[in-house]
Design a protein around this ligand. Structure first.
Ligand code: ATP
Ligand code: FE
Length: 360
């Protein structure tokens, strides 16, 4: 099966071609033949955040080009495709609509099947694209906009165990960088600054650890950081480099601690299902952090679960994961019609909302 994937739910316009050959579980081989990602960071930089209207226009302008480029790089013709997968939500509605319209146009012109994909399912199914992870597995999605534990039971079946009740950790890293006058994106810069710092120098809050659930909170960190910075500046008349290192190291330790302890809890809930080949995967930009990654890996090892962290370019927004999720849905015999709608909100958990679109 060869699928075109289209992604435009936030500030990256992306198109990809993914091919799965063979049909038996043993002889299947999955290849990403092309994965084009065109970011919009420059367009939004002056506004200090993604501006939905600008994003939608940029997607509409760049989608055709990204699709053409993916086809060209992969050497695949439209005629070689078996289907078109597109992010149908959740996300900024103008961007999602641009992608859905583009996919519908190609589907109408070629007669190819159209498969709507939940963006979060795309992230959550990535460990099966990169590492052939077996269902059911536990997934921690941790990025600039999300932080949640999911058990993936199948391509369209997810249970949400818990997640952040306020900010996402990536957002906290970005705000920390801003407060400490480090460049954006905050994650990698705070991580670099944390190196050599004393992670015990400051006791930053680790909320909700006493709660018997998988919920997390990161908004209090911001306030604590602001207070700490102001105290340091008042005392030293500035922010000495060594203290900034300590603040970064202590902040990173607090985030890691919360993620590790809640992962341990989520893993215990997941292990209660007695999975045959237990697996724990992580995705999202924050998964790039080495301290966090190492912490999660050791939690997986404690319970004998296989740990998978896909390469960063597949952890952040891309269309290969959308093409892949499309292939998985298509294999279940699920496709969409021309009435596929773009949805700004679309929780993955069945209990929260109907699952993946109108597919039958
Ligand atoms: P979403 O996809 O959930 O809507 P997003 O597009 O902001 O959100 P990603 O692109 O997956 O998320 O990740 C970007 C986030 O990851 C940023 O907040 C960035 O600071 C964070 N990040 C990147 N590298 C690191 C790192 N090494 N350590 C911590 N955080 C990091
Ligand atoms: Fe995403």
């Amino acid at each position: 099966l060869t699928f075109l994937g289209i992604e435009s739910s936030c500030d990256d316009t992306a198109a990809a071609i993914v091919r799965q050959s063979g049909t038996g579980t043993n002889e299947t081989r999955t290849e990403i033949l092309a994965s084009v990602v065109s970011g919009q960071t420059d367009l939004h930089a002056a506004f200090g955040g993604v501006v939905p209207e600008i994003a939608a226009r940029a997607h509409a302008e760049k989608l055709d080009f990204c699709v053409e480029q993916a086809l060209e790089l992969s050497g695949v013709d439209l005629g070689d495709l078996d289907g078109i997968a597109v992010t149908a939500g959740p996300g900024l509605i103008g961007g999602v609509m641009s992608g859905v319209m583009c996919a519908k146009g190609i589907a109408a012109g070629t007669g190819l099947p159209l498969v709507g994909v939940n963006h979060l399912a795309g992230h959550a199914l990535t460990p099966r694209l990169t590492d052939d992870m077996a269902y059911p597995y536990l997934m921690l999605l941790v990025s600039g906009g999300h932080c949640q534990f999911l058990i993936a039971h199948g391509p369209e079946e997810f249970t949400r165990l818990g997640g952040t009740i306020d900010d996402a950790p990536g957002e906290a890293f970005d705000k920390t960088a801003k407060l400490l006058a480090l460049p954006q994106p905050g994650g990698p810069n705070v991580e670099a600054e944390a190196e050599g710092g004393d992670s015990k120098a400051f006791a930053f809050p680790r909320p909700l650890l006493d709660r018997p659930n998988c919920d997390m909170s990161f908004s209090g960190l911001k306030t604590a950081l602001l207070r700490t910075r102001d105290e340091v500046v008042a005392r030293h008349g500035g922010l000495p480099r060594a203290i900034r290192r300590d603040i970064c190291a202590s902040f990173q330790a607090a985030v890691t601690d919360v993620l590790v302890k809640k992962s341990r809890r989520a893993l215990a809930e997941y292990m209660a299902l007695a999975p045959e080949t237990p697996g724990f995967a992580v995705a999202g930009g924050v998964a790039a952090n080495r301290a966090i990654r190492a912490g999660l890996e050791s939690v997986a090892a404690e319970s004998g679960a296989r740990f998978v962290a896909p390469p960063l370019r597949l952890c952040t927004d891309n269309a290969a994961m959308i093409a892949w999720a499309g292939i998985e849905r298509f294999r279940l015999g699920h496709t969409d019609q021309m009435d596929l709608v773009a949805r700004p909100r679309w929780p993955l958990d069945r209990k929260a909302a109907p699952l993946l679109g109108s597919g039958k």
